[in-house]
Design a protein around this ligand. Structure first.
Ligand code: SF4
Length: 170
């Protein structure tokens, strides 16, 4: 016991190194998203995140957009608490049977024009949960989807690139 305690005190933590910080590329991408939003909507983009049954891996990446590292709000992009204030719904996870009605109501509560982005492999086609008795599967089985962003989970920069592609295709 004493040996294990000593080893755990001197052992280095088993963590991955933080990704290299590329401020310039990230800032350029986020600014392009914000400029595209102003061109299309006349204002900054408001995003509502909907967890329709994910394992929360995708949420960690989406939340990272707001952390001190990415800090998206400095570019005007913001997450809102109500679908009534949102332009875009970011939907994660395979849609579970329990979340089908909630997702449908959230979609109905979002004012037009609105866009839906399916985030992560599970949202695109059910991913590793395909065939489960508890899930319906892809988001597009419940609401219309405008953009799919693959990945398990997709990185924050992939999310930004997806949003940019969506805004530029509007
Ligand atoms: S795509 Fe991966 S990280 Fe996202 S909800 Fe599915 S299993 Fe989790």
């Amino acid at each position: 016991m004493r040996r294990i305690l000593f080893e755990s005190l001197v052992a280095r933590p088993l963590t991955e190194k933080a990704p290299a910080k590329d401020d310039a590329a990230l800032a350029a991408l986020a600014q392009r998203v914000d400029r595209a939003a102003w061109r299309r909507l006349g204002r900054s983009l408001s995003i509502r995140e909907v967890d329709a049954g994910s394992c929360n891996g995708c949420e960690l990446e989406i939340h990272a957009l707001n952390n001190a590292f990415y800090d998206l709000e400095r570019f005007g992009l913001r997450f809102v608490a109500s679908p009534r204030h949102a332009d875009i719904l970011l939907v994660t996870g395979p849609v579970t049977k329990n979340m089908r009605e909630a997702l449908r109501r959230t979609y109905d509560a979002t004012p037009d024009p609105k866009w839906v982005v399916a985030v992560g492999d599970c949202a695109v086609d059910g991913g590793i949960f395909t065939g489960s008795y508890a899930v319906i599967g892809a988001v597009e089985n419940v609401v219309p989807v405008d953009l799919h962003i693959r990945g398990c989970p997709p990185r924050p920069t992939q999310l930004l690139a997806g949003l940019l592609a969506l805004l530029e295709s509007m």
